[in-house]
Design a protein around this ligand. Structure first.
Ligand SMILES: *Cc1c(COP(=O)(O)O)cnc(C)c1O
Length: 430
């Protein structure tokens, strides 16, 4: 009669706990959590001691164009939001995937600027591209105990990708972008790394942190590999149209076969990162990615999308005229030129002229600066001595580099150039 045994021992546990000889010692609190973020510790080490100079701090760490600020936001972002608030018709819950009007506005925007036709049903609105990434990763990657899967990421990499993926147990495989080739992707590596478990290839274009704008032929070469292996591409195009040497070419506009999961939003091109507004748009020319579309809608319903007020204002914001975008672009381009000229004149530093996005990666020649042990050490000293905060390459899997954000007014950029030159003059090997 095994049941009696069970009841007896349960009884002992419930009633006899104070004197039961086999009870373990009283437990102490030990709440275990899952909260890794590798960048945090790198940042903490760069800023662990305050600057030892009276110069004002220049913070070029975050890619936030409102920090200094570069340019006022699109006028429609203010007027249309005010109207949405005043009308009091946009205070309720909206569908998880977003309102029909806002999704249609996204489709129209991509039609106008990218000549890509997305069906309204293939668009899901999200809290920034950050949540779009989280959502599409959740759709594509089952828990690792079900199936072994992998994703191909570019290196240098936008750190949020591996951070989000680390929770899913998916294997991350990095393909290098090669500076000598204008930071183009190592196509042979992509070809080699694709296998049965590959669920997606990530392409970040224009690139954070490389500042590249891929050519049509390079994008076509990536598409050809994806087509051979039948792997969809996630195209992070949050910097779409922020390019100045050559036009921006949306990946979806080139694909007749490969499903392209395009991610974009208001954070960069519309200078509204705090609004947390992004979207996923699925381009599926052969209708082979129905499960992705379905999965997107299912996962979108776990949360309701961005604020109803912002959704109501979206159509007007997305119709911001080209003239406004051109004003912003001219400022970023000027910054890129100022910084590139400054770096060129500093022996021991070098960089590929940026062509897009809001960044450039600067290489630190280790032979010129032997006293620094890598990019974190270099950036830490730069912060202490010159009060210039830039992110070390380590944050992007790009050791030996640091990243400059090109989203501050031109005089700030000029001052960074001056301070960098002084710093490097002091520390260059004799
Ligand atoms: C800034 C950035 C984003 C935008 O993220 P949001 O969550 O929309 O603010 C996405 N991808 C890359 C590569 C970025 O640099």
């Amino acid at each position: 009669m095994p049941d009696i045994q069970l009841i007896t021992s349960q009884d002992a546990l419930l009633n006899g706990h104070q004197h039961h000889p086999r009870l373990k010692p009283a437990k102490t609190w030990n709440i275990r959590t899952n909260s890794r973020n590798p960048i945090r510790s790198t940042l903490a080490s760069v800023t662990s001691a305050p600057p030892s100079t009276t110069k004002t701090l220049i913070n070029l760490g975050l890619g936030d164009p409102t920090h200094y600020p570069l340019h006022p936001p699109p006028p429609a972002s203010i007027t249309a939001t005010r109207e949405a608030l005043d009308g009091q018709r946009h205070n309720g819950y909206v569908p998880g995937v977003g309102t029909s009007a806002a999704r249609k506005a996204v489709a129209d925007y991509h039609q106008r600027w990218d000549s890509v036709q997305y069906h309204e049903d293939s668009i899901v609105l999200t809290h920034g591209v950050g949540q779009a990434l989280d959502l599409i990763f959740s759709v594509l990657f089952p828990p690792s105990h079900f199936e072994r899967t992998n994703i191909l990421l570019p290196r240098p990499v936008f750190a949020q990708y591996p951070t989000l993926l680390s929770n899913l147990g998916v294997e991350v495989r990095f393909y290098d972008c090669i500076e000598e080739n204008n930071w183009e992707a190592d196509l042979a590596a992509i070809e080699r790394m694709c296998d049965e478990g590959t669920r997606a290839i990530m392409v970040t274009n224009p690139s954070n942190p490389c500042g590249t704008n891929f050519s049509a032929s390079h994008l076509r070469a990536i598409l050809a590999i994806a087509d051979r292996h039948k792997v969809p591409i996630i195209a992070d195009e949050i910097y779409g149209h922020i390019t100045w040497s050559g036009p921006f070419i949306p990946l979806a506009s080139l694909s007749d076969t490969v499903p392209i999961i395009t991610l974009s939003g208001l954070s960069k091109r519309f200078l509204l990162p705090g609004w947390r507004f992004g979207w996923i748009a699925l381009h599926d020319p052969l209708h082979v990615a129905g499960s992705v579309k379905e999965g997107m809608a299912v996962w979108a319903n776990r949360f309701f999308g961005p604020s109803s007020v912002a959704q109501a204002a979206l159509p007007a914001i997305l119709e911001t005229p080209a003239e406004w975008h051109n004003e912003v672009l001219a400022k970023i381009k000027l910054n890129a030129e100022i910084m590139h000229e400054a770096i060129k004149r500093i022996p021991g530093l070098s960089c590929t002229p940026p062509a897009g996005a809001l960044y450039m990666l600067v290489r630190i020649d280790p032979d010129t600066f032997p006293k620094f042990h890598g990019d974190v050490d270099f950036c830490t000293a730069l912060y202490r001595e010159e009060a210039v905060f830039v992110l070390p390459g380590e944050c992007f899997e790009a050791s030996g580099y640091f990243r400059i954000v090109l989203a501050s007014p031109a005089d700030v950029m000029g001052e960074v150039g001056v301070r960098l030159a002084e710093f490097c003059n002091r520390h260059r090997r004799e």
